[in-house]
Design a protein around this ligand. Structure first.
Ligand code: NAP
Length: 242
């Protein structure tokens, strides 16, 4: 059994990644924070692809919860290990910095940045021992170029891009790769409140992307074929200049 863990796998891009990795034959651990119904819907889609998986509830921003859940899963499955990790869970709390609250600053960093660290640390030993692993971090256009109204989100994603480069060098010899993908505007619950009609005019492809278009790139980075790619950030943004 080959196992992949997708954080925030219940909806949007994380769901598309779960389904795509299932197509590649992975058993999927679908992490979610609160929306069990949607996590179960993702599981049903995974099964439709002829694979299997399970839902696993934890808040990626809570170090103890992450460690406890991942360790418990590993201990009850001693014959296998998590060989693919997609650090996808993330939220937006946009505001101009002058009006940004401590809470909205920390919440966004806690989930995207600390969540990356807690989940990665929890699975890394298994990958290093087996001398094979794939880590893919979901970052953003915002983390590459910075977007006004998103200093918290840009800081979180920019930090994960830097961490991707550092960790890639730490573990490259063990055949464990770490890469990031940076979507532009993708049609999910997260972008529902945006003015798509106006924003798409700024995108050379004149449309928002789909979660599946992001998942296709994640799938490549998670595959054996991506064996000599590490420390990279790949943009998926319809040609938006970064
Ligand atoms: P989404 O539709 O809002 O889904 C977010 C997912 O993250 C849900 O599965 C949610 O779980 C989970 N989640 C949120 N907080 C969590 C926590 N503390 N612990 C565990 N899971 C948590 O978002 P999306 O658009 O698919 O975004 C996915 C990733 O892509 C994020 O990192 C986002 O920053 C990044 N991204 C998105 C876009 C875009 O245009 N959509 C662009 C660039 C980057 P529940 O269902 O339980 O709430």
């Amino acid at each position: 059994m080959k196992v992949a863990l997708v954080t925030g796998g219940s909806r949007g891009i994380g769901r598309a990644c779960s389904v795509k990795l299932a197509e590649m034959g992975y058993y999927i651990l679908i992490n979610y924070q609160s929306n069990e119904t949607e996590a179960l819907n993702t599981l049903a889609m995974v099964r439709e692809k002829g694979s299997d998986g399970e839902i696993i509830k934890f808040d990626v921003a809570n170090s103890e919860e992450v460690e406890k859940n991942i360790t418990a899963w590993q201990e009850s499955h001693p014959d296998t290990y998590i060989e693919v990790l997609v650090n996808n869970a993330g939220i937006r709390k946009d505001n101009l910095l002058v009006w940004m609250t401590d809470e909205d600053w920390h919440k966004v960093l806690d989930i995207s940045l600390n969540g990356f660290m807690y989940a990665t640390r929890a699975v890394l030993n298994g990958m290093l021992k087996k001398k094979y692993g794939r880590i893919v971090n979901m970052v953003s256009l915002s983390g590459l170029k910075g977007l006004p109204g998103q200093t918290n989100y840009s800081a979180a994603k920019g930090a994960v891009i830097a961490a991707t480069k550092a960790l890639a060098q730490e573990i490259a010899r063990k055949n464990v790769t770490v890469n990031a993908v940076a979507p532009g505007f993708i049609k999910t619950d997260m972008t529902q409140d945006l003015d798509e009609g106006e924003l798409k005019k700024t995108i050379p492809m004149n449309r928002f992307g789909t979660p599946e278009e992001v998942a296709n790139v994640v799938a490549f980075l998670a595959s054996k074929e991506a064996s000599y790619v590490t420390g990279q950030t790949i943009s998926i943004n319809g040609g938006l200049y970064t």
